[in-house]
Design a binder for this molecule. Structure first.
Ligand SMILES: NC(=O)c1ccc[n+]([C@@H]2O[C@H](COP(=O)([O-])OP(=O)(O)OC[C@H]3O[C@@H](n4cnc5c(N)ncnc54)[C@H](OP(=O)(O)O)[C@@H]3O)[C@@H](O)[C@H]2O)c1
Length: 334
């Protein structure tokens, strides 16, 4: 395997995903710059990076070894776009102002439209969609923890080929797909749990072990599946279960769900959706990139997605979550 580095990696948006993925790359010897907000950069300056995972991984990068920037600077061999969906267009414009045309930008965001949003705002850059299947939480300043498992994915493109060994060395192999949309939609169907989790106010595992919440998620996914069927998109299995079987699995009694969904339940006890943090801290959530995407896809196909639309209203009306599964079902008419 070649050890040459095909340029510098610029992490645009040093938060949970950016610090974890960029940090693992830096720990394995890649040249990485982190562009972030003062709160995060200050913590990295003080504590360095500490990266742990549910498989016992424990890696540190000293503060003195981190390259931290308040705004992007070129050139870069690869940009990892790690901001929340609502910040994509702004970040894209900042990148376009300082990077040479053709610089590859890999979106490591949820949702299905961020690379397109980037391409609209900054058409000279090479936009590539990617997918992060696992959950990352900031446990303490500078300490990021991967709480679930899975393999990074990206759209196949010649610009990514030289980076594959770099990701491999970092212990984060990047799987390339001829078409990423089915993978992104497969992930989006799982992410429909984010608003359920945010409104529940519970850790992910405890929330998934409540059948009422699972029934809500199953119904949201079924609407998504219906819209995808109408659009001729076959979502990929991201959690090891066929997306078409997921609603049935979710609706099982909890004892059976525990038995059959072991992989899905391989989650740290305290892990929760970052939408829960966004809701709690009054930040803009990614609900429009998730339920909103289902509603838009459905409309484009002449079908309806009223439950996803209702979920958007429920989230908009809440400032913090502590909604029981039973009341969530009632609120959605389920
Ligand atoms: N966390 C996860 O477990 C996970 C897993 C898979 C995928 N994802 C997806 O990955 C994306 C990032 O999520 P995340 O949890 O890593 O978000 P995050 O922790 O909020 O990190 C994003 C960071 O980027 C900063 N930022 C935004 N615009 C910026 C700009 N122009 N320049 C510099 N910094 C900027 C944000 O600051 P402000 O908030 O102050 O703007 C924030 O600190 C989302 O699409 C998410 O859905 C997350």
């Amino acid at each position: 395997m070649s050890t040459a580095q095909p340029g510098r990696v610029l992490v645009m948006g040093a938060g949970s995903v950016g610090c974890f993925v960029g940090g693992r790359l830096a720990a394995s010897g890649a040249d990485v710059c982190f562009v972030g907000r003062p709160r995060v950069l200050g913590a990295l300056r003080e504590h360095g990076l500490h990266l742990t995972d549910l498989d016992g991984g424990d890696v540190r990068v000293a503060a003195s070894a981190l390259r931290l920037l308040p705004a992007p600077e070129g050139p870069a061999g690869l940009v990892l776009l790690c901001v929340k969906s609502g910040a994509s267009a702004g970040a894209a414009r900042e990148l376009a102002a300082c990077l040479p045309a053709g610089t590859p930008v890999l979106s490591l965001q949820n949702g299905v439209a961020n690379a397109d949003v980037g391409a609209q705002a900054a058409p000279a850059l090479q936009w590539l969609p990617g997918m992060v299947p696992f959950n990352i939480a900031e446990l303490a300043p500078g300490h990021y923890h991967r709480g679930t498992a899975g393999t990074l994915a990206a759209q196949e493109h010649p610009a990514l080929a030289p980076w594959l060994p770099v990701f491999e060395r970092a212990g984060l192999p990047l799987k390339l797909h001829a078409a990423l949309a089915p993978v992104q939609w497969g992930k989006l169907l799982l992410n429909l749990n984010n608003p359920v989790n945010a409104l529940s106010g519970r850790p992910l595992k405890a929330q998934l072990l409540d059948r009422h919440y699972r029934r809500v998620l199953a119904a949201l996914q079924e609407e998504g599946l219906q819209a995808l069927r109408a659009a001729g998109i076959r979502p990929a299995a991201v959690a090891g279960v066929s997306p078409r079987l997921l609603p049935t699995l979710l609706r099982l009694p909890t004892w059976a769900f525990r038995l059959l969904a072991r992989r899905m339940l391989r989650i740290d006890e305290q892990a929760r959706s970052s939408m829960a943090d966004d809701l709690e801290q009054g930040r803009v959530t990614e609900i429009d990139a998730l339920c909103g995407a289902v509603v838009r896809l459905a409309r484009a196909q002449g079908v309806d997605a009223p439950l996803n639309a209702r979920m958007m209203s429920l989230l908009a009306a809440r400032t913090a979550g502590a909604m029981s599964g039973r009341s969530m079902r009632r609120a959605l008419g389920l």
